[in-house]
Design a protein around this ligand. Structure first.
Ligand SMILES: C[S@@+](CC[C@H](N)C(=O)[O-])C[C@H]1O[C@@H](n2cnc3c(N)ncnc32)[C@H](O)[C@@H]1O
Length: 187
């Protein structure tokens, strides 16, 4: 019970909410960003830790949001974010980084060198996810994705199943709201 109360308090603090707003906020955020909440520093660290070697190839981050993962990636990583407020925030926070307001689907389709992909783009309730999955499959076939890291809220939802020769649940982060599963895909 204490754990649930703790998570509830963490969620309110994270979104700077009054308690009465929590349910409507969940609905609004799910509509706006396709996720209940931005990813926490804990989930970001777990995703970063799942990368075999962040310096082994160029890194591209899909759906950088408010930058919890961005800040952990190598200086030369490219971070994509379409939503205007988040994009402006990232540009201000990381003036020396390559932050682009480009669509992740297009960018992945056009990869020209073997790349490590870190995706925060939701796979559930996202009408565009099938197109992202197809773009990943096609670029993977061309040898342009060496590794892909993402997360889901359910262990049964394997968003890029069948595309890579190795796929694994690389961890569960309980300190995220809600708890999240990290997936790792490799050639
Ligand atoms: C779950 S949120 C980001 C989580 C992020 N790690 C954070 O800490 O805020 C997903 C993000 O993907 C962005 N997004 C969704 N579809 C996109 C696309 N096709 N191209 C680029 N960004 C996209 C959304 O605007 C949203 O900010």
């Amino acid at each position: 019970m204490n754990a649930i109360a703790g998570l509830y308090t963490a969620y309110r603090a994270h979104l700077q909410l009054k308690s009465a707003n929590v349910i409507s906020s969940i609905a609004a955020r799910t509509r706006a960003i396709g996720a209940i909440c931005e990813s926490s520093q804990y989930l970001a660290a777990r995703m970063h830790g799942a990368i075999t070697d962040p310096n082994a190839a160029p890194v591209v981050e899909l759906g950088a949001g408010f930058g919890s993962v961005t800040q952990l990636l190598p200086e030369n990583a490219v971070s994509l974010e379409l939503e205007e407020e988040r994009y402006n925030y990232l540009r201000e926070m990381y003036p020396n980084r390559r932050v682009l307001d480009e669509c992740a689907i297009q960018f992945v389709s056009n990869l020209e060198e073997p790349t490590i992909v870190v995706s925060c783009i939701p796979s559930v309730n996202n009408p565009e996810f099938a197109r992202l999955r197809a773009a990943v499959a096609q670029s993977r076939q061309r040898g342009m994705i060496t590794e892909l890291i993402t997360y889901t809220y359910f262990p049964t939802n394997n968003p890029f199943s069948g595309i890579f020769s190795a796929e694994q649940l690389a961890g569960l982060e309980l300190r995220n709201v809600p708890p999240a599963f990290v997936w790792k895909y490799k050639c």
